[in-house]
Design a protein around this ligand. Structure first.
Ligand code: PBG
Length: 334
């Protein structure tokens, strides 16, 4: 039996076919929104990373080749994460500002091959620090580990300068020390690097979603956790406070990390601040999609696209994702 409804307003009309849906689409993902995080190491060959299927630790040669492949499909921004040899790790992490170190050489190699690729570097001590923390560690009288703030900021400034000297376009402090954005800005300007930008990890949460990344770099803290510097996952007002400071200290761009479980924070910062906003789809978010797809429970490509459009819709202008090359390929050659 057919029923007649008197419905002058029918939202489904805007979904009636692919072309109409295209016209009505509110959010579009493009290759130029993507930042491709790449792992590098001091080795002649490339190694697949067990905890992150599809990702590799690249040799410098492999890195340039991978950046080239991503370039072909429209990716124009990369960020490097180094695995530092154990014998170069110290309690002060001095290797982080060695001008002949792995990251400066990677910057030079990529800028030489692809001058218009935006090279972003991670500024933090965890890959260099024998303790695996983002800052300098001191053991208090009570045996508790303390992460020293101001001493760490001094070293981060040297690290940022080292990256800028090597040709980095953007430095990206991921350590969550207080005052580091202002100090790095001053150090960069003092050295004539006024055009080097700062993409600040503004709201970086103490998240279990970073697990596979720490496996990739062997950079997990040897003792304690990161809760005295990374943010409590329960907090959102605190993210606004961090953003206020970063903007006042001169950050050019802000970041929320992780992305998927923190979309409310992305939206909150987007609505409150005018600077461009990045969100980082971290290793655990990536791995969850990869593993579920491996067993055939979800469609990897569709969930990948949906996870990223969700992050963009929440207000991110740019997204760091290990899927960058695959997504861009799909967007460029649908
Ligand atoms: C460390 C850093 C981490 C990530 C990026 N930079 C890990 C951490 O804070 O322990 C995580 C990225 C990911 O999980 O994909 N400075």
């Amino acid at each position: 039996m057919s029923q007649k409804l008197n419905l002058p307003i029918r939202p489904r009309r805007n979904r009636k076919n692919a072309a109409v849906r295209g016209l009505s689409r509110e959010t579009v993902l493009a290759p130029e929104d993507l930042i491709y995080p790449l792992f590098i190491h001091e080795d002649e060959s490339d190694h697949p990373i067990e905890s992150m299927p599809g990702c590799h630790r690249w040799s410098l040669k492999g890195l340039v080749k991978e950046v080239g492949e991503a370039y072909q499909v429209g990716v124009r921004a990369v960020v490097f994460f180094p695995k530092i040899e154990d014998d170069l790790k110290t309690s002060k992490g001095e290797e982080c500002f060695n001008p002949g170190g792995l990251v400066p050489r990677a910057i030079q190699a990529v800028k030489e091959a692809y001058p218009d690729v935006v090279v972003i570097t991670d500024v933090a001590l965890d890959p260099y620090n024998a303790d695996g923390h983002d800052g300098l560690v001191m053991e208090g009288d009570d045996g508790e580990l303390k992460i020293l703030n101001d001493e760490t900021v001094n070293i981060l400034c040297q690290q940022a300068l080292c990256h800028a000297n090597a040709g980095a376009d953007i430095v990206s402090p991921s350590d969550m020390m207080d005052g580091r954005v202002g100090a790095i800005r001053e150090a960069l300007d003092g050295a004539g690097h006024k055009d080097v930008s700062i993409l600040s990890y503004t709201a970086k949460y103490a998240s279990a979603y970073y697990g596979p990344f720490r496996g990739a770099l062997d950079s997990a803290p040897k003792a304690g956790d990161k809760k005295t510097y990374q943010m409590d996952p329960a907090n959102s007002r605190e993210a606004l406070r961090e953003a206020d400071l970063d903007v006042a200290e001169g950050a050019d761009m802000l970041m929320v990390k992780p992305a998927g479980p923190y979309l409310d924070i992305v939206r909150l910062i987007r609505d409150t601040f005018d600077v461009p906003l990045a969100a980082y789809q971290v290793s655990g978010e990536y791995l969850m999609i990869k593993s579920a797809a491996k067993d055939g429970w979800i469609d990897e490509e569709k969930v990948m696209m949906e996870s990223l459009i969700g992050i963009k819709r929440a207000g991110a202008d740019m997204i760091l994702t290990y899927f960058a090359k695959d997504v861009a390929a799909r967007l460029t050659f649908p």
